[in-house]
Design a binder for this molecule. Structure first.
Ligand code: AMP
Length: 214
């Protein structure tokens, strides 16, 4: 089963993708994570992408689509894909259709996380992750049980994304509205879009998504 998680930055796509990986053995394909790894590794793609990402703009459709193509090739046909942060433009949605056909796959669900943008700004600007295992935390909503120690792996190193400041977040939301939201009608016409209340508690959002996946 292949699904797209759609929603503005901070809607909880990454959090839900991690939970779906655990519950359903699916694989998260996050172009944001792939790009951040490329930036960290200093690859040509990473060098090109860094300033664009820091400004909250979109990296080129070709670059992100090549990353997705490579992942689909590597993971093989039997593992379900959770597209997280891709596609983000009408062009990417079109390219994804071609990639899925090429890899003998098809899209089962597009799940839109419905959220309140002002609340999201608070959510995003307080978030951070374990630098070792990637577990997500939040200054207000989800502190580690022992201060400064990751619940999951015990690491004491945490990190914040450079693009998680208010100005960039507001810009990323505007980019979501103008570039990404327009891909929805095409999927709606295929009858594969479901909406979930993304402001609900993390576990409730997961239950709602599980119910859609069946
Ligand atoms: P994310 O982690 O999904 O919020 O992505 C972080 C940043 O990476 C975005 O603000 C973009 O600069 C870039 N990015 C991630 N995915 C895409 C994509 N599908 N298309 C273009 N740029 C992307």
């Amino acid at each position: 089963m292949d699904i797209i998680l759609l929603g503005p930055p901070g809607a909880g796509k990454g959090t839900q993708a991690h939970r779906l990986m655990e519950h359903h053995g699916m694989r998260q394909l996050s172009t944001g994570d792939m790009l951040r790894a490329a930036v960290k590794a200093g690859t040509p793609v990473g060098i090109k992408a860094k300033a664009i990402m820091d400004a909250g703009e979109l990296v080129s459709d070709e670059i992100v689509s090549e990353l997705i193509d490579a992942e689909l090739t590597a993971m093989g046909p039997d593992t379900g894909a959770i597209f997280d942060g891709y596609p983000r433009t009408e062009k990417q949605a079109e390219i994804l259709d071609g990639l899925l056909a090429k890899h003998g796959r098809s899209l089962d669900h597009v799940i839109e996380l419905d959220v309140d943008e002002d609340a999201l700004v608070a959510r995003i600007t307080g978030r951070y992750t374990c630098a070792n295992c990637g577990e997500g935390y939040h200054d207000t909503f989800k502190q580690p049980e022992v201060e400064g120690v990751c619940d999951k792996c015990g690491s004491t190193e945490f990190k914040r994304r450079p693009d998680d400041n208010e100005e960039t977040v507001r810009h990323r939301m505007q980019v979501y509205r103008s570039e990404t939201a327009p891909i929805l009608p095409g999927y709606e016409a295929r009858g594969i879009v479901s909406r979930v209340d993304g402001m609900a508690a993390i576990g409730d959002v997961t239950h709602a998504i599980d119910a859609i996946l069946g």
